[in-house]
Write a protein that binds this ligand. Structure first.
Ligand code: 9MR
Length: 545
């Protein structure tokens, strides 16, 4: 028996669904996989499939399919010939806590209010960043609001491990949360997150989402409809708690990208919130009015590409390809108003969708169009939007079926975990459109990757798994004196974008799917972000639902 401590099994560390597909991966030198029950009795044995090499990780792995074993329980996995064993869970509903924690992380990352122990346990903390005194930066100044004018722009979530708030990145994040609510309404109606708004008569997921939406709405200049790109300090703050991070805050440069994200999000919110007129009187209408004046500003300023001012060093979220933002905003405004002026732009700007990210939002408009597919006009149907969407989903499923790791991602960029989550979301959405099981199975496989069946061996969500991420690049987690990081966050994950973020002494794998370190300094692999967590919310919630 080989006594080395090397890991030879990678698998979903949170659990497998009893009546679902079950796939794990073993190292090349492992031939068999044995499940022992809680009494140490062998209950199931499977042979490993033929070895497969993956260029992205530099690994050769063998698949073990134990789908057939459907008995819920806590198991130990033994790999004959090797002494190291592994704990594995099979449950009827293994992702319920994950689904809640993924949303709760947004509560724990709120600005402007104390995070109380009754909701946050050991992660309770004082309020940070009231943002009731925010200065107009030189880049955003005009006659009505000259440089140094004070405005108030409170609420919202911290974007990520830093303490700033960025409109562009809030667009996709907030929309994805509203999308989850729209697609699984009964599930979220009953999901209690134990947040201050719980029991208020609207779903907790919506309350949490509104906390950010209300901030986004405040980023519009009411004088002209333009939207500031971000609300930020000049430099990133240090690793101190929010209430100790007190440098002056500014709104910086109105941009076309931020204004179109705003128009899209506010009109999408208009549709969702019109169902809550009684609980939230007037909010939905004001979203639509604001979206329309944002659109008008963008029409007058179609090329205000964000350029980082010299004295500002925080995240840029700069994007100079705005075709997809125009498409998304036009789509949401068209669905809200039925006006031909938006229809025209949809037709001009439509292209086949891609996996979304903060700077590629076309698919968000496609998701929304699918809500009304049967009512769309013939010229929209002729764009083949549904066919193109299902082709994207089919291509992703085909790749995952060939992939040694059972996933669709092939190129690992900054935030690679969120790409996997967004691919899972696409598949779940396709599953709802068609009822085809292969989409759901492939989405589950993406979740397996996130929860441990990946080349890093870590469960990539804080607070979950056997091999846990501990040292995220997240200021409160670094400064709060609590050993465990704030839970429920998806880490950015492996990529080769910045190999030097921890200095020359920290070794990083040259393989993109493996190049990850669980160190606070690794902002490029171990940060968290609202746009990364949102598709995890959708994926975990959709599967749990
Ligand atoms: O997610 C963003 C990634 O796509 C970019 O490559 C990277 C560098 O510009 O920035 C990431 O976003 C960061 C943002 O700029 C500031 N807050 C933290 C975000 C996550 O790292």
């Amino acid at each position: 028996v080989d006594d080395s401590s090397a890991t030879r099994l990678i698998y979903n560390q949170v659990g497998y669904i009893a009546h679902g597909p079950k796939l794990a991966l073993v190292a090349e030198d492992v031939d068999e996989f044995v499940l022992l029950d809680a009494d140490g009795q062998e209950v199931f044995r499977a042979s490993a499939a033929a070895p497969q090499y993956w260029e992205a990780s530099g690994d050769t792995v063998r698949k073990v399919d134990f789908t057939e074993w459907e008995q819920a329980g806590n198991y130990t996995v033994q790999l004959p010939g090797f002494s190291k064993t592994y704990d594995l869970v099979i449950e009827s509903r293994p992702y319920h806590e994950l689904s809640k924690a993924a949303i709760k992380s947004y509560y724990l990352n709120r600005t402007s209010m104390p995070i109380e122990a009754a909701y946050a346990g050991e992660w309770a903390r004082a309020a940070g960043h009231p943002d009731t005194v925010v200065y107009i930066h030189a880049s955003a100044a005009d006659d009505q609001r000259p440089e140094g004018t004070v405005i108030s722009s409170p609420l919202g979530w911290y974007d990520a491990g830093d303490y700033n708030k960025y409109v562009v990145n809030s667009g996709i994040s907030t929309y994805t949360m509203l999308r989850a609510l729209k697609d699984y309404p009964l599930y979220y109606a009953g999901l209690d997150l134990n947040i201050p708004e719980s029991g208020s008569g609207i779903p907790d997921l919506l309350s949490e989402t509104l906390f950010n939406l209300r901030w986004v709405l405040s980023m519009q200049d009411p004088n002209d409809g333009g939207v500031y790109h971000k609300l930020t300090t000049k430099q990133f703050e240090g690793f101190v708690m929010p209430d100790g991070a007190v440098n002056d805050r500014y709104v910086v440069a109105k941009s076309t990208a931020a204004t179109l994200n705003y128009a899209a999000l506010a009109s999408a919110a208009y549709r969702v919130l019109s169902g809550y007129e009684e609980q939230l009187p007037g909010l939905s209408d004001s979203c639509l009015t604001r979206a329309e004046i944002a659109w008008d500003w963008a029409m007058k300023h179609p090329e205000e590409i964000y350029e980082q001012p010299e004295d500002i060093a925080t995240g840029a979220y700069g994007d100079d390809h705005l075709e997809d933002e125009w498409f998304w905003a036009a789509t949401e405004l068209y669905l809200a108003t039925g006006s031909d002026r938006y229809l025209k732009v949809i037709k001009e700007k439509y292209q086949k969708p891609q996996v979304p990210s903060w700077n590629q939002v076309r698919l968000l408009g496609v998701y929304s169009l699918m809500d009304f597919y049967d009512e769309l006009t013939a010229d929209l149907i002729n764009l083949s939007i549904k066919e193109d969407f299902l082709k994207l989903a089919d291509d992703l499923v085909a790749i995952s079926e060939r992939s040694p790791y059972g996933i669709s991602i092939q190129e690992f960029a900054w935030g690679s975990s969120s790409q996997v989550a967004n691919e899972g979301m696409i598949k779940l959405f396709a599953h709802q459109l068609t009822g085809e099981a292969s989409y759901l199975e492939s989405a589950l496989s993406d979740l397996d990757y996130i929860l441990g069946r990946n080349a890093t061996g870590f469960c990539l969500v804080t607070g979950f798994g056997n091999q846990r991420v501990m040292n995220i690049h997240h200021r409160p987690s670094g400064a709060d004196g609590v050993a465990d990081p704030v839970p429920g966050f998806l880490v950015g994950g492996p990529n080769l974008a910045v190999l030097t973020d921890c200095g020359p002494d920290v070794e990083r794998s040259p393989y993109p799917a493996k190049s990850y370190v669980d160190l606070e300094c690794s902002y490029s692999t171990n940060e968290i972000a609202i746009n990364w967590n949102a598709p995890l919310v959708y994926l975990a919630g959709g599967i749990d639902a």
